[in-house]
Write a protein that binds this ligand. Structure first.
Ligand code: GLC
Length: 461
């Protein structure tokens, strides 16, 4: 770092560094908020019951059709479960066009129905995929991964509570997304009915548990940030009226991206506040806006723009691209963090001098480190709430899968919060897996988990 940029670097450190004590304070509040979400009155964190009441045995089999609507892509898959983590997944990926994110309900559902139609028609899935055994017709059963908060009364129903991850499609909030998708499939004469609605976190939990029965948590760090875990019904006061067996498991989709919407404990910078203000849903998803892939590049852009405006970076240069919202994404951030700069230079259309690169790198490092450390708080809160000192966390999501350093930092921070010994913390940082709590990566866990849920549901029907 060149000497004249040191004060700026110190100021950034001051904004983004989070001490172990602060992590512990955040986790303590987080644990209370998880419990509050399960209570009759509820709280900031929705803690949505998924009606998935069994983990897989590992012996589920069959071929299932799945649709996974993520933050930026839709995937239609033909998933064949063999056993114990052996899965064959033939998939086709569709990029969700940007305008769909703010379109009308019909436009969204018609687009997704077309994705399903494209695959079902061309690849002869009618012959391969299972219907649920109950209906002897030619209608295929679809397991639908919908990664937004929904209130579910059953496994194949879900009312959208609110959009997250920058989506703002009119006419869906407060409606049953399963009926809306089925209507669109009917409009297009696609012979498919939804048998299962599942969140990506719950899917990841199931996919990981299919291979490793010690899995208790499914976590996503990608466009969004969230986890699901295995609860027991006696700990869910808001379901008391359903008279469920008290010791029966229930997978809860926490939707903890909404943690600290009351702004009690998270150390928000001026950049976090700006992102929130400019987002389609200000005041919501406070934790997600500080940790997930959708926002990390935008935090980076706001910070660089601020330094530039204060004449501390790119002095005397014109950088109009910096004023473009979401011009930078988390891939730029990880590239710079890893000492590269070609894509950043091409987006900003300038060449970076050594001292400028140093400051951008420092900033990228701080933003990623903060995301990793905060991400550990949600995981630690579940472990503390459930008294889990050892278990497996199934993990999926582009940010976690593509960024080893961030992953290592998350594990190290988890160790700091849970007071692991130095050896385990180091193992966590190095990613050797020699830690009391381990991460198990399940790429495509969200789709594969949907197929597993469909297999479990079919066995129970
Ligand atoms: C957002 C969604 C949540 C999803 C997460 C990860 O937080 O609200 O449902 O699990 O993103 O994709």
């Amino acid at each position: 770092m060149s000497r004249d940029l040191e004060p700026e670097a110190r100021e950034l450190e001051h904004m983004f560094d989070i001490s172990t004590e602060k992590l512990k304070e955040i986790t303590e509040h987080f644990t209370k908020e998880l419990t509050k979400g399960l209570s009759v009155d509820g709280g900031n964190i929705p803690m949505n019951p998924t009606w998935l009441m069994n983990k897989p045995t590992g012996y589920e089999q069959g071929t299932y059709l799945t649709l996974d609507m993520g933050g930026s892509k839709a995937r239609v898959c033909q998933v064949t479960l063999k056993q114990k983590g052996q899965v064959e997944n033939k998939q086709r990926e569709f990029f969700i066009p940007k305008h769909i994110k703010t379109a009308t309900a019909n436009e969204l559902w018609d687009y997704l129905a077309e994705c399903v139609e494209a695959v079902v028609d061309k690849e002869g899935m009618l012959a391969k995929c299972q219907n649920d055994g109950e209906h002897q017709d030619d209608t295929l059963r679809l397991a639908f991964t919908f990664s937004y908060p929904v209130t579910q009364d059953s496994i194949n129903h879900g009312v959208l509570q609110r959009w997250t991850k920058g989506f703002d499609v009119k006419g869906v909030e407060g409606q049953n997304v399963v009926s809306q998708l089925e209507e669109a499939l009917r409009r297009k004469n696609v012979p498919v009915k939804v048998s299962v609605l599942i969140n990506d976190t719950a899917g990841t939990l199931l996919a990981s548990a299919y291979a490793d029965p010690d899995t208790q948590i499914g976590a996503i760090l990608g466009t969004g940030c969230n986890s699901a875990y295995v609860e027991t019904c006696n700990n869910i006061p808001k379901l008391q009226h359903r008279n469920l067996a008290p010791d029966s498991p229930m997978i809860i989709n926490c939707e903890y991206g909404a943690f600290d919407n009351e702004h009690c404990v998270l150390p928000r910078t001026k950049y976090d506040k700006l992102i929130d203000k400019e987002s389609p849903r200000p005041g919501q998803q406070t934790y997600e806006k500080m940790t997930s892939g959708l926002y990390l590049g935008e935090i980076f852009r706001h910070a660089i723009l601020d330094l530039h405006t204060r004449n501390q970076l790119f002095v005397g240069k014109q950088v109009p691209a910096l004023s473009q919202p979401y011009a930078l994404d988390c891939l730029h951030l990880s590239e710079v963090d890893g000492n590269g700069s070609s894509s950043l230079q091409s987006v900003l259309q300038i060449s970076l001098e050594k001292h400028e690169m140093d400051l951008c790198q420092k900033l990228a490092d701080l933003i990623n480190a903060r995301a990793a450390r905060l991400c550990a708080c949600g995981l630690a809160a579940i472990c503390k709430k459930k008294g889990l000192s050892s278990c497996v966390i199934g993990v999926d999501g582009s940010v976690m899968l593509k960024n080893d350093v961030l992953r290592g930092r998350t594990m190290k921070a988890l160790g700091e919060i849970l007071d692991w010994d130095a050896k385990s913390r180091q193992a966590g940082e190095k990613g050797t897996g020699d830690t009391p709590i381990r991460m198990h990566f399940v790429k495509d866990g969200s789709s594969e988990g949907a197929a597993i849920a469909a297999a479990i549901a079919a066995a129970q029907a």
